[in-house]
Every structure is written in structure tokens, then in C-alpha cells.
Design a protein around this ligand. Structure first.
Ligand code: ADP
Ligand code: MG
Length: 323
């Protein structure tokens, strides 16, 4: 198959995905999102790469869209979708995952355990948000953030209001969240591909930081998920319709809680998932995409005939598992 890795540039992961594609007998190109452009039209929609028409060139598109280029990247991904190209994930699922608050609402709708979270727009509601999560100490975090930056621990009310007020000045969206103290700088990263947790690791900060991000110096170790953890991780990815994701879980007194779903998860590096667990994550992703592409052809034929019978159409922008 001809695979396009639609990327905003995460060198290690991009290279691993190309390597794995070739090892499995496929062809793969890196498509840098910012070099793509498009033509929206009823008669002849198109996608260009460095001004060359690449419409119809790829069987599979695998998105790896990082936070700063979310809007542009998802626009290009949607174009592939509406042009009928199989994409290993759909734009709407990436969009939900990227927004920590929206994602929690989807999880909440399915009864999946999450830390209690407060949110408001007005300065007058700072108190309400702080009390909504049980008061200090509490976590404050940017709705769109990554690698631990934009996540703060406020010890008291004054500090909490100071952080909320500072972000408000920049119009940034911030959520308040109950602080799960017993997790003490550790969390679990569970990597999901399709309906399977392919690898997971425990991350532990090394310097007393409450954040367990490897980007901030945490180390990682092999871990076996409990049945309950595995179950909520798989329910969580299903709730937002994502296929490839890194799910962050914290172990709390009242059981595992999902803190976020990373929709462009890294798996390389010294304390990255592949090194820590020895699992070939890139190969899992490519295998999944190829198998799903084959299945999606059969499934969309079946779905299409059912929908035609009902006088409806398939919606190319919605996850198939939602239709
Ligand atoms: N509510 C919480 N209670 C305790 N620790 C938390 C909480 N939320 C986040 N953390 C810690 O902070 C880290 C970063 O938070 P996260 O929401 O995953 O943001 P990011 O997208 O920046 O990784 C987590 O890995 C976890 O160790
Ligand atoms: Mg995280």
C-alpha cells in the first residue's frame, strides 16, 4: 500500500513510521502539513503537496499533527477524508482529544472516571471553579497544553486566583482540577492502537515534581495494567472515536482516573515507550492502519448499502464507529 504520514514534524516518530512501513512491504512518504494545500470543489476536489497534485496518490493517511498546527493540520486531514481516502484517525476525534475539557465531557458522558474539573469564563467565577474541585491544593491547567507545560499546582486560594487571573489576561482557557495527591509525581501512559493497549509504562518524576512528563525529566518503567485500568483506557478512546492514542491515567484512592488522551503521542526517546517496553509501536500502528483500511472498504460497502436502503448517506467526517 501507499502510505502518507501527514506530519507536523516529530522526527523520531516520523522516521520510525516510514521504517516500519517499508519493513512491512509498503511504501511511505512524509507529507509535511504546512506544504499541503487544497481545492474544495463539488466537481473536482484536490490536494497538493509542494504544488503537485497528490489527489488519489495514497491508500492510507496516518496523521501526526502536533498542537501548534492543529487547525491547519486538521483542515488538510478533513480534505483527505471528504475525498474518500482512508485515514487511520478522523479529524473530529483529534479535535476532541486536543481539548482537555471537551475530552473530559465526552468521557463523562460515558461514565468513564475523570478527576473533578471546574471551568468558568468570568473572573467572578474563579471562586466557583476553585470550590467546584474541593478547594486548594488544586491543579490548574491550560485546556490545550502538552508535555507538562501549562500545568500548575496551586497550594492556596491566592495562588490559584493569581494563576487564573494571569491566564485570563491572555485569553487562555484554563481548567481547575482536583489534585490527586496520592499519585505523587507518577502516572501511567497506556498506548492504544485500535482496540488494544499495545504497550504501557509507569512514569515517575525524579525531582519531586508532581508532573510525571518525560519531557520534564521523569523516568519510565514497565508496568502491567490492571483489568480495570485496561477497561477504562479502551472505553476512553472509544468515547472520543480515536484509534491511535496515548492515554494518561493516574492511580487515585478511588481507582484509576483518565487525565488526558494524547492524539499525537510520541513513542521514541530514552524514556520513551519503545525503549522502555521493547514494543515496536511503529509497526503496530502501520499494521493496524493497513488492516483497518482493508476492513473499512468492506465495512463501508456494507454500511453504504444499509444507508442507501434507509435513504441516508455515509458521513465521511464522522468516525465509522459512530455511524
Ligand atoms: N489532577 C491531577 N492530580 C495530580 N497530578 C496531575 C493531575 N493532572 C495532571 N497531573 C500530573 O501532571 C502531568 C501533566 O498533566 P496532563 O494533564 O497530562 O498535561 P500535559 O498535556 O501537559 O501532559 C500528568 O502526567 C500528571 O503527572
Ligand atoms: Mg499528559
Amino acid at each position: 500500500m501507499k502510505i502518507g504520514i501527514l506530519t507536523t514534524g516529530s522526527k523520531h516518530e516520523d522516521e520510525r513510521l516510514v521504517e516500519a512501513s517499508m519493513a512491512l512491504g509498503h511504501e511511505a512518504d512524509l507529507l509535511k502539513v504546512l506544504k499541503c494545500s487544497l481545492r474544495v470543489s463539488n466537481d473536482e476536489p484536490k490536494i497538493f503537496y509542494e504544488s503537485q497534485d497528490i489527489s488519489g496518490k495514497y491508500d492510507i493517511i496516518i496523521p501526526r499533527i502536533n498542537l501548534p498546527h492543529t487547525v491547519y493540520g486538521l483542515t488538510i486531514l478533513r480534505q483527505f477524508q471528504v475525498m474518500g481516502v482512508y485515514t487511520s484517525d478522523v479529524s473530529i476525534a483529534l479535535e476532541i482529544g486536543r481539548d482537555k475539557l471537551r475530552c473530559k465531557q465526552f468521557l463523562m458522558s460515558q461514565g468513564i472516571p475523570v478527576p473533578t474539573t471546574g471551568y468558568g469564563h468570568s473572573k467572578n467565577d474563579f471562586d466557583t471553579s476553585i470550590q467546584a474541585v474541593g478547594g486548594p491544593p488544586l491543579i490548574l491547567k491550560l485546556v490545550e497544553g502538552t508535555e507538562g507545560t501549562g500545568v500548575f499546582l496551586a497550594k492556596d486560594e491566592k495562588e490559584a486566583k493569581n494563576i487564573l487571573g494571569s491566564f485570563k489576561q491572555f485569553d487562555a482557557r484554563v481548567i481547575a482540577q482536583e489534585f490527586i495527591e496520592e499519585s505523587s509525581g507518577s502516572d501511567i501512559r497506556a498506548f492504544v492502537v485500535g482496540n488494544k493497549v499495545v504497550a504501557s509504562m509507569l512514569r515517575q518524576s525524579q525531582d519531586g515534581d508532581f508532573r510525571a512528563n518525560v519531557a520534564l525529566g521523569a523516568h519510565s518503567f514497565n508496568v502491567t495494567l490492571t483489568d480495570e485500568e485496561r477497561k477504562i483506557v479502551l472505553s476512553a478512546v472509544k468515547a472520543i472515536g480515536i484509534n491511535v492514542a496515548g492515554v494518561d491515567v493516574i492511580r487515585s484512592k478511588r481507582g484509576p482516573l483518565i487525565i488526558e488522551i494524547n492524539v499525537a503521542p510520541d513513542f521514541g526517546g530514552e524514556f520513551g515507550l519503545e525503549t522502555t517496553t521493547g514494543v515496536n509501536v511503529a509497526k503496530e500502528i502501520i499494521n493496524f492502519a493497513v488492516r483497518s483500511k482493508e476492513r473499512s472498504i468492506r465495512r463501508s460497502r456494507r454500511l453504504m448499502s444499509l444507508k442507501r436502503w434507509r435513504g441516508e448517506g455515509i458521513h465521511p467526517l464522522l468516525p465509522q464507529r459512530w455511524q
